[in-house]
Design a protein around this ligand. Sequence first.
Ligand code: GDP
Length: 139
Amino acid sequence: MTGNTTFTMIKPDAFEAGNTGLILNKIIENGFKIKALRLTYLRKDNAEAFYAVHKDRPFFNSLVEFMSSGPIVAAILEKENAVEDFRKLIGATNPADAADGTIRKLFAASIQYNAVHGSDSDENAMIEANFFFNQFDRH
Ligand code: GDP
């Protein structure tokens, strides 16, 4: 049984490029309902905590710098089979490998500057939503 909630972030590259509206529209067009939406910033310590699973990877410092370099838009999304369907909609981590029509194919510049985040499991969707939104359980 899969959940109906996922979490996304529009990353600083896509925000800076002015693609927030186009990306949100693509998300809505693909059947996701926006349950919560927030423009905010990650401090370095926030980005380190969010990506703690990658702390031993060679790109960790660069990723933290990037993710704390400008505004991000965080959102909780609802749809049947949300996590898997949203990963499909955003496409592969490296936009060079992403399928045509995916958000990363359309809006990402590189494996690091890849426009959007999407949770990779129901459990992480809940953890990540709670990272940005208080009292998520309320609605
Ligand atoms: P995702 O689940 O598709 O976002 O990919 P991961 O969880 O593996 O990686 C988290 C984020 O780290 C990615 O979205 C990229 O922004 C960045 N990233 C992943 N792999 C690399 C890499 O090989 N080099 C660099 N510079 N950044 C990477």
